[in-house]
Design a binder for this molecule. Structure first.
Ligand SMILES: [Cu+2]
Length: 182
């Protein structure tokens, strides 16, 4: 029973883990100039466990900055700096995360991103987890009007006794089945 419960919990927990979302910043445009990242962010919900993926060419970089760095497009004090062209930022904490491109003029022309991360991991919306049902599948109930099987004849032969018991059991099962159908 403990095993079954563990399996059930695993099954219920798995979809939540799968729902962690990778967000490619700017979608197909990627991390570049000429994309309005305020528009890109709007309508999206970012949760702890999600990932921001920055895809960009060699003349761009990704700096994670604080709010003042974001507001002023300052490149002097980044929290983290990346230039590998394919940067995955794991959103591990809630709060607002700020990113800019430190290449001269890029941030001030709009290459900046502010993402609000909510504290709870993504859960399926509108679909509450299914609870295990206590009722057995229909049709498994045996009719209560059946006569109980006759006791097997006593026998000193162990093998014969087992065979008789099997025969009686099968006969009764068939009888019950036909009675039930007919
Ligand atoms: Cu840039």
């Amino acid at each position: 029973m403990a095993m079954a419960t563990a399996l059930l919990i695993l099954l219920l927990a798995t979809p939540a883990a799968v729902l962690a979302v990778d967000y490619t910043v700017g979608d197909t445009s990627g991390w570049t100039q000429g994309v309005d990242y305020t528009t890109w962010v709007s309508g999206k919900t970012f949760s702890v466990g999600d990932v921001l993926v920055f895809v960009y060419g060699g003349n761009h970089k990704v700096d994670e900055v604080n709010k003042s760095g974001y507001d002023s497009c300052s490149t002097s004090n980044p929290i983290q700096s990346f230039s590998d062209g394919n940067t995955r930022i794991n959103l591990t904490t809630s709060g607002v995360k700020y990113f800019t491109c430190p290449t001269a003029g890029h941030c001030s022309s709009g290459m900046k991103l502010a993402v609000t991360v909510t504290g709870t991991p993504n859960t399926p919306s509108g679909t509450p987890p299914t609870t295990p049902s206590g009722t057995p599948p229909s049709g498994s109930n045996t009719p209560s009007t059946n006569t109980s099987p006759p006791p097997p004849p006593p026998s000193n032969n162990g093998a014969g006794n087992t065979n008789n018991l099997m025969f009686v059991t099968i006969s009764v099962a068939l009888g019950v089945m036909f009675a039930f159908m007919g």
